[in-house]
Design a binder for this molecule. Structure first.
Ligand code: GLN
Length: 250
């Protein structure tokens, strides 16, 4: 049985493990450096990246995580996990925070505002659309989410999210960044660089398994033939939730 490591310091690791289980894959909780030796791929969940970084330091996990990434092992970061993987983060708390790095991009923490500005959006993600049909979009759940401000040449952009140009987003960034954002009226919210995958939103909080399947396929854990929509458990069920149902990661 395929085993995927899920960093389990804080945040939505249980939800990732449940999503993997739905695909017949075992997710194991990773809390210590030596546990990384037992897994071939890793998910870094959403949560609160400053807290997660403090816990990672406490458990002396950073060197092992950086080594894992350097070895080219598949790693997927969601939300706070994306921040962990980025080479550069802005909007950090005073004193900054430890990053694993490896993903050639600049990420802006809390780009969309506070917990109250959390939202859901139908995202167009061509990589997830199957030739066999199925949903054209993916429902992105953004909770105090970051956005990716720029990417290096090796980085493939998988999804953008529209932003309204008159909104108060990105308030802590430089005026220049804001101008750029206004001009584009969309920001990058999902990327891939080789074996690194990052999403600013939370696929593990939906019943749509396509991102998990995509990661497993990328990690070579799922045969191409078993990735048809039926076998990967894609369903069209949409979920509705109120903002008060959203997990609080701050
Ligand atoms: N949903 C999330 O993972 C939120 C990330 C959080 N805003 C942070 O900066 O760490």
């Amino acid at each position: 049985m395929t085993i995927v490591g899920v960093l389990a310091l804080q945040g939505s690791f249980n939800e990732h493990i449940a999503a993997l289980r739905r695909l017949g894959v075992k997710g194991v909780e990773i809390r210590k450096p030596e546990q990384l030796l037992n897994v071939a791929s890793l998910i870094i969940p959403g949560g609160e990246s400053t807290t997660m970084a403090k816990l990672a330091e406490l458990h002396n996990l950073f060197p092992a995580l950086r080594e894992f990434v350097k070895m080219g092992k598949p790693v997927w970061g969601t939300c706070a996990g994306l921040i962990f993987l980025a080479n550069k983060a802005t909007g950090q708390k005073t004193g900054g925070q430890g990053l694993v790095g490896g993903l050639d991009c600049t990420v802006h923490r809390n780009f969309f505002g506070s917990q109250l500005q959390s939202f859901e959006s139908e995202l167009s993600i061509p990589e997830l659309v199957s030739s066999e049909g199925g949903p054209e979009t993916f429902r992105g759940v953004f909770i105090r989410a970051p956005a990716i401000l720029d990417v290096g040449p090796e980085v493939q952009v998988l999804a953008h999210c529209p932003v309204s140009s008159n909104s108060n987003l990105h308030s802590s960034s430089s005026g220049e960044g804001k101008k750029e954002k206004d001009a584009e009226s969309k920001v990058i919210v999902a990327v891939r660089q080789g074996n690194l995958l990052a999403t600013a939103f939370h696929p593990e909080l939906t019943s749509d398994n396509r991102w998990h399947s995509y990661f497993l396929k990328m990690a070579g854990d799922v045969e191409e033939s078993s990735s048809s929509l039926e076998s990967i458990g894609v369903n069209n069920s949409r979920f509705e939730r109120s903002k008060s149902d959203l997990p609080i990661f701050i």
